[in-house]
Design a protein around this ligand. Sequence first.
Ligand code: C2E
Ligand code: CA
Ligand code: CA
Ligand code: CA
Length: 282
Amino acid sequence: SKADGRGKLKVFDADMLLARQLRNQLVGELKEAIAGSQLVLYYQPIIRLDTRGIEGVEALVRWNHPTRGMIMPDEFIPIAEETGMISDLGGWVLRTAVEQLQRWRSDPLTGRHDFNMRINVSAADLQRLEFVEDVREALTSAGLDPSLLVLELTESAVIQGNDLDRYTLNSLRRLGIEMEIDDFGTGYSSIDYLRRLPVHAVKVDRTLLSALGSDPAQPALLAAVLQLIRACGLGAVWEGIETAEQADFLLSIGCTSGQGYYFSRPLPEAQLTEQLKHHKTW
Ligand code: C2E
Ligand code: CA
Ligand code: CA
Ligand code: CA
């Protein structure tokens, strides 16, 4: 009935209002979070599927909010991007992650593993002229070799890319940093840009792997995707590996690199340090 409809509309309005209020509040609080020390990095290992050794870690940011608890990046990265705070946030992530890798490498117990650091870069970062300089400075001040840093860029960021982006990507590559296309297979994946962009590898989105059990065409499709990436001269990393079957399947089609809950969830620094000290393989 009409009355019901109106009732629902009211509830919806109230929800919208609440959502907007929460958002406005978060905008203010995020500024403090970046300036203070409420942001924290979790680290998820990237595993060599054949040897089960660690080949990298991906830094994933969380907001340890004093009253709201742990807030996940999907809830505040978009806000940071829309309000211009992403450059401060991204700068903090960059410096923190690079310094952390240097600490792991210089401790003999954790340094026996040879692995690199992957960080997620927002499209807005590629639009900043100072970005390349920030990266160079972070590496220099941590004393870390550029080849140990991998920047993960989303498809949409690099595809909508303009001349400035391309200039930035080429400058980063000249610095000796590796770049990887993230979330491959979710957007406008095209062979053309895989061949054009100065990237080293592609990280295939976990949605492709999650259909493995349900769709009989999926194994052949995943193998074809891997072939395509290789034919473009790029490395492939698989994300979202949650079961032994998935890990075995990927290995059987020749994929050698992946990450997922099956090996390890993203961990706080101290926990990954313990793992690195006590585990040789995952
Ligand atoms: P992403 O780069 O695609 O990161 C992978 C996400 O998948 C992470 O979620 C990770 O915890 C989750 N994941 C890892 N293994 C598995 C698995 O086996 N199964 C499932 N279901 N999920 C898995 P998280 O940490 O919530 O991050 C979400 C997104 O937020 C990231 O997606 C990335 O786009 C963004 N993000 C995270 N940290 C940063 C950052 O420092 N800067 C920027 N610009 N974006 C970030
Ligand atoms: Ca990523
Ligand atoms: Ca991804
Ligand atoms: Ca993502």
